[in-house]
Write a protein that binds this ligand. Structure first.
Ligand code: SF4
Ligand code: SF4
Length: 504
């Protein structure tokens, strides 16, 4: 039965006692959300009383509705304004995340490669030191006092010298600029060696890798040539363990400092959710981001082998997160990243500033991407589209475009407007509107418009399905489950990776 039919079966709320609200039926409950995103979960009887305006002052239901700012005569305007401000705290800051594609070359052939990697002999796709310096000069103009330079590819370790040069130059230039600076490397780790690792650890570069499930699945979708003598999975695991051990030797808290691993969910992984979670737990990972496939890069062509209906994805998601909650109850600390992002917004009323699930999305105003040739894009996905022959999200070039022209570019303005869900059909009345976000670049790629039609959107389906699952959990959770979910919203800064404004 669709949510629409379910809602029609509920009594229509009277409008003279309720503050503006949105509602959604989830299992046997109804979720009500206020204009600022506070929530109350009612059972059927409670909802009938709310709908009829039969909620006497002083009753527990009255207190819950009042606390969620859902009663007209008790509507707390300052509280609503404060919460809306907290949810949009990122808006005026300027781009924090700057993605540098230091090369398109890669030694691995992933079946879905979103980056559209190039062969190892494509040296013309290496960023030159001159372009790298211009990128850094551009990045340090950001109005955001904190800046993260993220090295991506291709495989960034292929162009390790450019990476090193970029880091040295950024640290040097930042002495006079005074940003809080952070470096991140996204790598398959197969080209890591002791010398590179020593440098990365010394420069406090945060390292992320990909583990796409148990070895057979990982090696099937992320093919590393046999010449390396070991499987891509084994190399990624081996180096992850070594790096984590290095952090421990340095006396860093291993719950906070460890290699972050990412999974890309392909069709073969769907029934293997338990092994996936166990793989991550066994590796010492504290977070698992159950991302579905994106429609960019090679995934556009290989979809018939690796794609799946989003209903199947959501079933996998629910199984995996149920299992993660059980593992947490046994004392294992591992969270699911989607759940942590949405729960932070739902339970804390804050926004964790995840660029793809916020309003407006991060494109242009939260992140920028720089191709190996110096071309600037709204985001990494915009740069991925360029590799697919679509330059819609190109904003200029580090040689010729000013920071002001990039930030004020008409494409940035259009994506900011489109990234607001308040005016979108369906989102307008969706109970999850204050927690959600759809990157317009996804809308452009999948539907040829910046304003996604949510009823046909796989991303909306995923976000709605995950939030349905979370609200169902919140409605029915025992105290221990609730504690686990609340713990997932704890954000602990990783100060060790920060280079202080003084150049320290
Ligand atoms: S996803 Fe990364 S590791 Fe895989 S082929 Fe593409 S660039 Fe290489
Ligand atoms: S994208 Fe979908 S889930 Fe998100 S607010 Fe819009 S309708 Fe709701």
């Amino acid at each position: 039965m669709s949510a629409r039919v379910d809602l029609l079966a509920l009594p229509r709320p009277k409008s003279d006692h309720a503050a503006p609200f949105r509602m959604r039926r989830v299992g046997d409950h109804v979720v009500l959300t206020s204009v600022a995103g506070r929530y109350a979960i009612l059972d059927r009887d409670e909802f009938a009383r709310f709908a009829a305006g039969d909620v006497p002052e002083g009753t527990p239901l009255f207190e819950r509705l009042k606390a969620a700012n859902l009663l007209r005569d008790h509507f707390d305007v300052p509280a609503a304004a404060d919460m809306l401000r907290a949810r949009r705290a990122f808006v005026g800051a300027g781009p924090n995340l700057h993605i540098l594609v230091v090369t398109l070359r890669c030694n691995t052939s992933c079946v879905y490669c979103h980056a559209s990697r190039a062969n190892m002999n494509a040296t013309h796709t290496d960023m030159t030191p001159e372009i790298a310096e211009k990128c850094v000069d551009f990045i340090l103009q950001s109005t955001n006092p904190s800046v993260t330079i993220e090295f991506q590819g291709g495989e960034p370790l292929v162009a390790f010298d450019v990476m090193k040069h970029t880091i040295e130059y950024a640290l040097e230039q930042n002495r006079s600029v005074g940003k809080e600076l952070e470096f991140t490397l996204v790598s398959n780790l197969s080209l890591m060696d002791e010398e590179k690792l020593a440098y990365l650890v010394d420069k406090r570069v945060q390292i992320c890798t990909s583990i796409d499930g148990p070895p057979d699945i990982h090696d099937e979708v992320r093919k590393l040539p046999k010449a390396y003598g070991e499987s891509g999975h084994d190399l990624a695991v081996e180096w992850t363990r070594k790096i984590n051990a290095r952090y421990r030797e340095m006396g860093l808290d291993e719950t906070l400092y460890h290699v972050e691993a990412l999974v890309t969910t392909t069709r073969a992984l769907l029934p293997r959710w338990k092994e996936l979670v166990d793989t991550y737990v066994e590796l010492g990972c504290r977070a698992l981001f159950l991302r579905p496939l994106d429609p960019f890069g090679f995934a556009d062509k290989t979809g018939d082998r690796i794609e799946y209906p989003r209903e199947a994805y959501l079933e996998y998601y629910r199984h995996a997160v149920d299992y993660m909650i059980e593992r947490n109850k046994e004392g294992v600390e591992i969270l699911e990243r989607y759940a942590a992002i949405f729960l932070t917004k739902i339970l804390r009323g804050e926004d964790p500033n995840f660029l793809d699930i916020r309003q407006p999305a991060g494109a242009g105003i939260g992140q920028l991407a720089y191709n190996y040739d110096g071309a600037i894009f709204t985001c990494d996905e915009g740069r991925m589209l360029h590799e697919m022959g679509d330059d819609s999200f190109r904003l200029g070039h580090v040689d010729e475009t000013s920071y002001r022209d990039v930030i004020g570019h008409e494409t940035v303005r259009a994506t900011v407007i489109a990234g607001q869900l308040a005016g979108q059909p369906d989102c307008e009345s969706c109970a999850y509107q204050l927690y959600c976000g759809i990157p317009p670049v996804h809308s452009h790629k999948t539907q040829g418009t910046l304003f996604e039609r949510m009823r046909e959107s796989t991303l909306c389906q995923v976000h709605k399905g995950i939030q349905d699952y979370l609200f169902e959990k919140l409605a029915t959770a025992d105290a221990e489950t609730r504690q686990v979910l609340e713990r997932w919203t704890t954000i602990r800064p990783r100060d060790h990776f920060l280079h202080a404004p003084t150049g320290g």
